[in-house]
Design a protein around this ligand. Structure first.
Ligand SMILES: Cc1cc2nc3c(=O)[nH]c(=O)nc-3n(C[C@H](O)[C@H](O)[C@H](O)COP(=O)(O)OP(=O)(O)OC[C@H]3O[C@@H](n4cnc5c(N)ncnc54)[C@H](O)[C@@H]3O)c2cc1C
Length: 306
């Protein structure tokens, strides 16, 4: 049986692993990939101490730092279940077709989230045919074309800024009166010569034939229905936490995020959580890393006492 099992190998999980290893408890880290949402983050200029970087380089930095402590995450695993036992926990995972079981005295959940869907007509039909949830991954395909980004926060701000350098024209549609998030990103978006920001725009339908050709939205002030021609739609409207495997007894909020206290304890003794998967309001790499550290320290404290 392991002492500490960390699920997730990105900002939160790797930070937790480094702190465990430095305190002499070698954790097992299992994950689907290394980097998670961090890999999709594009340009990153707000991780303290690093200056300007991008998601790939920062992930590499986290992974290399972990290697200094001989931490080698087991990747390609999807955790599907977590059972609370008398002396610890049993975690079920799939590695392709193979089923695996891991036993551990404590668990740190650091599984982040995945993009939320809009739920409008055309979204499912044109997924992968002009609709994307990742501008960093798919933006370059739209070189010289017209794009629409839907969303009102930093992911949408970054998407618009990125598409300004790629697309012939990039629209950003938000249902709110203005964009929210980092003021410097909003200013850059608004100063981007090829970006048109359309506020008060409620997306209604994505149209096309074999591929996306347009989008319909409602102006929430005038209630007029309007259409834009576009080759691509990037949806950046938030995250759904990756909590499908957590026990039903664990407290989660209305968005499905794991409820944690100040030191990252969940409602189940012995299970800790950190990063985007938690009910913390701000989803940032620095916050995920800090919470990973808190989770590790709380977990080690728990092991000392039990
Ligand atoms: C487009 C975009 C731009 C962003 N820009 C910035 C930025 O500029 N600055 C900033 O600070 N933040 C930014 N963020 C937010 C940042 O990426 C996240 O806050 C951060 O990655 C959260 O880290 P995490 O460790 O909690 O989760 P994640 O990075 O999402 O990692 C989750 C990990 O868990 C694993 N996992 C998930 N489910 C399972 C499962 N069932 N079984 C096994 N493994 C699983 C994944 O493979 C992954 O390794 C951005 C996000 C996006 C989407």
């Amino acid at each position: 049986m392991d002492q500490v099992l960390i699920i997730g190998s990105s900002a939160a999980g790797i930070s937790a692993a480094i702190y465990c290893a430095r305190r002499g408890i070698m954790p097992r880290v299992i994950s689907y990939d290394a980097g998670g949402e961090m890999l999709l983050s594009g340009e990153i200029g707000n991780y303290p101490g690093v200056g300007m970087t991008d998601g790939w380089k920062l992930t590499e930095g986290f992974v290399n730092h972990a290697r200094l402590y001989d931490i080698h995450p087991e990747l390609g695993l999807t955790v599907t279940g977590l059972v609370v036992g008398e002396k610890g926990f049993s975690v079920q995972a799939k590695a392709g077709d193979e089923d695996r079981i891991y036993e551990s005295r404590t668990i740190i959940i650091a599984t982040g989230g995945h993009p939320k869907e809009l739920g409008i007509p055309g979204e499912k039909e044109f997924r992968g045919k002009g609709i994307s949830y990742c501008t960093v991954c798919d933006g370059p395909v739209f070189k010289g074309k017209t794009t629409v980004t839907i969303g009102g926060g930093d992911s949408a701000n970054e998407s618009g800024i990125m598409l300004n350098d790629i697309a012939e024209h990039a629209y950003v549609l938000t249902k709110n009166p203005d964009m929210k998030g980092d003021a410097s990103l909003i200013a850059r978006l608004k100063n981007s010569s090829r970006v048109t920001l359309i506020p008060n725009a409620m997306s209604k339908r994505i149209m096309g034939d074999a591929f996306v050709s347009g989008i319909e939205y409602e102006d929430t002030i005038t209630h007029e229905t309007k259409q834009l021609k576009t080759n691509g739609v990037f949806i950046h409207i938030g995250l759904i936490p990756n909590t499908g495997f957590v026990p039903s007894t664990m407290e989660r909020n209305e968005r499905g995020e794991i409820v944690v206290d100040k030191i990252m304890c969940t409602s189940v003794p012995g299970i800790f959580a950190a990063g985007d998967v938690t009910d913390t309001p701000y989803k940032q790499i620095g916050i995920a890393a800090g919470q990973g550290i808190s989770a590790a320290l709380s977990c080690l404290d728990y092991l000392n006492k039990h």
